[in-house]
Ligand binder design. Structure first.
Ligand code: ZN
Length: 184
């Protein structure tokens, strides 16, 4: 999982943390493992697509039709230039990073007692407790840095200055250093 981890961490700083079909191909056989671990979950497919024949104009709504004989699903768009065009359904698939699943997978091996609980929806979790260097510490994780939404996080962390705060990327860690008393 080590080689796909940087992509997942960077995606956690985006809302929503979604991978589209084209990007997920790079995950190869790791996709299945990440789904099994609960790190990635497949979402409902995209409801719009560009015309695959001419890439004309903007995204068009995909109409799903089941084949009356095979019952296989097909997707079609109405392109102003080409008419009714079938789109490959595989290309519309997408996967979302589940922060709780990611935290369980990332911290369970580090001796942090879980499960993680969401403190600020979508942004801050209490991962659990851990003994590091003979000290019992609380571990928190934050993602999706927004300067306009930092007050509630700073208030939350100021109540537990001894807790260790993890971020998804080093860039975010630098933003929080100084803003909170905690070890980031
Ligand atoms: Zn077209």
């Amino acid at each position: 999982m080590r080689d796909v981890l940087p992509s997942i961490l960077r995606r956690l700083e985006i809302e929503p943390p979604v991978f589209h079909c084209r990007e997920i191909r790079a995950f190869g056989s790791r996709l299945e493992l990440l789904i099994r671990l609960g790190v990635l979950r497949e979402m409902a497919p995209l409801s719009t697509a560009a015309c695959p024949d001419c890439q004309f104009g903007s995204q068009r709504r995909v109409e799903y039709v089941a084949d009356s004989k095979t019952h296989a699903r097909h997707g079609y768009i109405h392109c102003p230039q080409c008419g009714i065009v079938e789109v490959a359904l595989d290309g519309l698939r997408r996967w979302r990073v589940d922060p709780a699943g990611f935290l369980a997978a990332a911290f369970s091996g580090a001796g942090v007692s879980g499960p993680a609980t969401e403190v600020i929806p979508g942004r801050l979790w209490r991962v659990g407790k851990v003994t590091w260097a003979a000290r019992r510490r609380e571990v928190y994780f934050t993602r999706w840095y927004r300067c306009d939404g930092s007050n509630s996080l700073v208030a939350e962390m100021s109540r537990r200055p001894k807790a260790i705060l993890f971020t998804a990327t080093e860039a975010t860690a630098r933003r929080w250093t100084g803003a909170v008393e905690n070890l980031v």
